[in-house]
Design a protein. Sequence first.
Length: 268
Amino acid sequence: MSVDFAFLDSGTGGIPYMLHLNEKLPKAKCVYLGDTAHFPYGEKTSNEVTECASKSIQKIIDLWSPKAIVIACNTISVTALDSLRKNFPSIPIIGTVPAIKLAAKLTKNKKIGLLATTATVNHPYSKKLIEDFASDCTVFNRADPKLIDFIEKEYFNASEKERLNAVKEAADFFKKNACDTVILGCTHFTHIACEMRKVCGEKITVVDSRDGVINQAIRKINEGSLCFSQTDENPKNLTFYVTKANEKEEREYKTLCENLRIPYGGKI
C-alpha cells in the first residue's frame, strides 16, 4: 500500500491537521498514526522523543511508503525534526511548530500566551522562535499536560460543559496576564480551539499552525508534480491507526472515527 501523506502524533492531536489537508487536497491518500504506546511525548526527554518518533517513522515507511510525512506534533518537531530529517533523508518531513510568528503579527498589546507541552515550552527551539519573531513581545508560557490528557482520553465523549470547564484554567491564566493573542502550541489543543475562543472571549485571538503546516506540506508534494487518485472504497481517502489501545480505548477511537467519518484501521 502506498499513500501520499502520512501524519504522526503521539495520539489524536494531529487529526485536525489531516482533515485540513483533506479539505484542500480531497484526492490525496492519507494515513494517520497515533503512537499511543508512547503517549504523551510532551513529558519525555529529548532522546526519548527522538527514539520513539524514529521508530514510528520507520514503521510508517515500511507499511505505507508515503510521499511525505507530516509531523503533526509540536513536541516532536521542536525536539527531533533535524535528527529525523538526517535519519530519513529520502522523504520530505514537514514539522509543526508553535505559531509564534503569526501571533506576533496579530497582537496589539504585545502580550502573547503560549499553551503547549512541557517539552515545547522549555525547549530552546521555542525560545529561539520567540527571539526571532516576537522579541518585542512578552510571552506567557503555560505547559498543560493535564489538559492534553483530558483531550486524548475524555474530550470526545465529554459534554459541552465538561469541555468548557477543562479549558477554563488555561483561559483564566492568559486573561489574568492580559494576553490578547493565545497560541495553541500543541496539536491536541486544536481540538479545543472553539472552547478556548468561547472561554477566552472576543478580546483574545486564538491561533494555531494548521494552515501554515498544510500549505508547506502541499508545496513539498507539488515539487514532485505528483498526481492523486481517489478510491471509491474510502471517500475521504483517510485512515486512522494507533500503536496501542485497550478494549475501552478501541471503542473510543472507533466512535471518534465514526463521528469524523474516518475509517479506523486498528492497532499496528
